[in-house]
Design a protein around this ligand. Structure first.
Ligand SMILES: [Zn+2]
Ligand SMILES: [Zn+2]
Length: 377
């Protein structure tokens, strides 16, 4: 159900003209050109390559690097993702990342989340940019790190000139080089921009509506493998909202998360470092807690006659829950002991090894419990 908050706010003309102008122009001009001329292979390639470069600069740069600080990057990487992120026309890093931090902090709140999914699909997809909503007011107090970053501030100050220059300049240059100026301008320029916009916007809209919630049901964010394909891995949005400081969104090796693969690959070349991963135990804990919650809801939804038949399942669940609580207590104790040891000046790999082994064993235990619960439910 959507919640309407101040429906008639003044129109934000620069966003409206950019978003609707490019969309309408693409719908008319791209097929019209194809009617009279063939698009060259180079033009199609420019669309594919520039779409990927724009999309991944937003996910790896704007999102996981600047908004969440999930890793550190060499200035060359920062420059490249800033260049192609600017081309994606989603505003400056400062505005984007600050707004996104507010989204995480006040997720779903109709008054404070700039693109609250509780205000409906259209609002969270594009509506929030079309009008000047109170929830979208710029407030950089949550981005002191970015305000001190010279590269971020340079882009912020000169954003319009840079975005226009790159969007016209680069496709023109490519088009001139491959001898298909209009083909590249239309596919690599115009259609790429509209495609890149729409796929990114899906993360705020559809990724808060369609999919599973394995880690938390305290917000609307969903995990969705299909969306992950079009969003370079950002489809695992339920995980991301629960563990926002993880450089990964898809945590399994088979999860489609090209942004994670890119960041990890660059670390082998020394171009990214300090990649943050959330604790496996904490991840398992969240999943199991959700399983218990779902089991309880399922039981309560059963008619009374069925509830009697389910007594044995209930007993098993109580047993499992007691076990879960014990493991959590042990883990908290071990974590405290480990913390004290790491503060100890004499720490070395020998004294830390038993901790590693114990933590690993607990992770395995949690995984086994999750599997047991799955078969039980
Ligand atoms: Zn979100
Ligand atoms: Zn995020």
């Amino acid at each position: 159900m959507s919640t309407r908050v101040s429906p008639t706010r003044p129109i934000h003309w620069p966003s409206t003209i950019t978003l609707f102008g490019t969309s309408i122009a693409a719908i008319i001009l791209v097929p019209l050109y194809a009617w009279f001329n063939d698009y060259s292979t180079a033009a199609w390639l420019s669309f594919i390559v520039l779409s990927i470069l724009n999309g991944m600069s937003i996910t790896a740069g704007y999102h996981r690097l600047w908004a969440h600080r999930t890793y550190e990057a060499h200035w060359i990487v920062r420059f490249v993702v800033m260049f192609f992120g600017t081309m994606a026309v989603q505003n400056s890093v400062l505005i984007w990342a600050s707004g996104h931090r507010t989204h995480h902090r006040h997720v779903d709140d109709p008054k404070r989340d700039p693109y609250s999914a509780k205000r409906g699909f259209w609002f969270s997809h594009m509506g929030w940019m079309i009008r000047k909503h109170d929830s979208g007011k710029e407030d950089f107090s949550n981005a002191p790190d970015l305000l001190k970053d010279p590269m971020v501030m340079f882009q912020h100050r000169h954003y319009t000139v840079l975005a226009l220059g790159i969007n016209f300049g680069l496709p023109m240059l490519i088009g001139y080089c491959v001898n298909d100026l209009w083909g590249v301008m239309l596919l690599g320029g115009l259609m790429r921009l509209v495609w890149s916009h729409q796929t990114t916007f899906l993360i705020n809209s559809l990724a808060h509506i369609w999919g599973q919630r394995p880690y938390t049901d305290q917000n609307t964010a969903r995990d969705n493998a299909i969306l992950a394909i079009f969003t370079y891995g950002e489809g695992y949005h339920n995980y991301h909202h629960q563990f926002q400081y993880d450089y990964r969104n898809g945590i399994k090796w088979y999860h489609i998360d090209p942004t994670k693969w890119l960041i990890a690959s660059l670390s082998y070349l020394g171009l990214t470092k300090k990649l943050k991963r959330c604790d496996t135990f904490a991840i398992e804990k969240a999943r199991i807690a959700m399983q218990f919650k779902r089991a309880e809801e399922k039981m309560l939804a059963q008619p009374f006659s069925m509830q009697i038949q389910m007594e044995s399942v209930k007993a098993r669940l109580t047993q499992e829950y007691a076990h879960f609580s014990l493991v959590l207590q042990d883990w908290a104790k071990l974590k405290e002991a480990w913390y004290l040891e790491t503060k100890n000046a004499l720490k070395n790999s020998e004294t830390m090894l038993p901790y590693k082994t114990k933590f690993k064993a607990m992770e395995v235990e949690m995984r086994l419990q999750r599997k047991r619960l799955q078969t039980l439910l």
